[in-house]
Design a protein around this ligand. Structure first.
Ligand code: COA
Length: 312
């Protein structure tokens, strides 16, 4: 796929992936603007009249950290199929064969042992195949992809007055020594310690300090006695806000700190005009305990890749 193909790829994408409508800007940002993007990883299938029949967008890291600095050892043996679709019609099976073969070849040539859909921690649209796309799911499973995990996304109605009462209760329970602050660069020394102990390279890639150079109202910090113990981000939107990621240091979990941060973000988003809030790829139990519910399920699919010599 070349950047010139973008408008017609997008028309096909939006016809097929109806739950994940994309604009050109977002497609450019997530696919072509991914630091790990390589042109040969993103391919389209075309019909005889140059009509787009499908897309396969793979991404991989050439070293553990990758160009985004966010890779980890557990991810390194994998190539990620970040997006895959074929349009409906008689051609669908043949197009799926060709697109999947291209993704596999790209990953195998880079020495990857597994193709995963998708749990990719760089820029992504969805964490797996949305189970509402039954046709796409079946095309992939019929071609040797195994369903190995289900990832849930969750949402909550922010207009429920119970959230405010819950926040007040948790604030009382935690006491005044636990404070929630919006991000300010003067917190950087404490944040550096938090990032090191938190050990989540996906969210704090190497060199991420530049993201923390300015004050940010949408990044909340939970502090106790001057030490940062929790961090969360949110994005108020209308009507729907987004939440995440959130991290509480392992040694400080199960004390209500995560809940405090979550409820603070919910109330602040509501005050900014949001009616509901969404968290993708969620740690479901934590959100359910705070009154959220599951709205999407994504299947993580995996296909083992034979080494190049074996494949021949
Ligand atoms: C998820 C996380 C932020 C929760 O923080 P925490 O401070 O331990 O959470 P709290 O103590 O406020 O827990 C609030 C409630 O959620 C429940 N809960 C928390 N994590 C849970 C889980 N994984 N499964 C089920 N319930 C969970 C607690 O039991 C508690 O319920 P209760 O009030 O009925 O006792 C923390 O575990 C964490 O940082 N995990 C690693 C990063 C992560 O998974 N982030 C979320 C990605 S979407």
């Amino acid at each position: 796929m070349t950047p010139d193909d973008l408008p017609r790829v997008l028309v096909a994408w939006n016809q097929v992936l109806v739950h994940d409508q994309l604009t050109e800007d977002r497609f450019r940002h997530v696919m072509l603007g991914d630091p790990n993007y390589e042109p040969e990883g993103v391919v389209i299938a075309e019909g005889p009249h140059r009509e787009v029949l499908g897309l396969s967008a793979s991404v991989l890291r050439r070293d553990v950290l990758g160009k985004d600095g966010g890779g980890t050892e557990w991810q390194f043996r994998r190539g990620f199929l970040k997006a895959f679709f074929v349009t409906e019609g008689e051609h669908a099976g043949e197009a799926a064969d060709a697109l999947l073969a291209a993704a596999e070849a790209y990953c195998r040539q880079a020495g990857k042992q597994e193709l995963t859909v998708t749990i990719y921690t760089g820029p992504y649209v969805f964490p797996g195949v949305d189970l509402r796309y039954d046709r796409i799911y079946r095309l992939l499973v019929a071609r040797g992809c195994r369903d190995v995990q289900t990832i849930e996304s969750v949402a909550v109605d922010l207009r429920d007055p119970a959230h405010e009462a819950r926040l007040a209760a948790v604030q009382r329970r935690l006491g005044p020594e636990v404070e929630v602050l919006t991000w300010h660069p003067k917190l950087l020394p404490q944040m550096t310690k938090f990032v090191a102990e938190g050990d989540m390279r996906e969210w704090f890639p190497v060199g991420c300090e530049y993201r923390y150079a300015e004050p940010n109202e949408l990044t909340l910090i939970l502090q106790r006695d001057g030490e940062i113990l929790g961090w969360a981000r949110y994005h108020p939107g209308r009507p729907r806000a987004g939440f995440g990621p959130i991290l509480v240091l392992e040694r400080e979990r199960s004390k209500g700190y995560g809940l405090r941060l979550l409820l603070e973000c919910m109330i602040r988003s509501r005050d900014a005009g949001s009616e509901s809030m969404y968290a993708g790829w969620a740690n479901t139990g934590f959100y359910i305990a705070a009154g959220w519910h599951i709205i999407e399920r994504h299947a993580v699919l995996k296909k083992d890749l034979p080494a190049m010599e074996e494949a021949r």
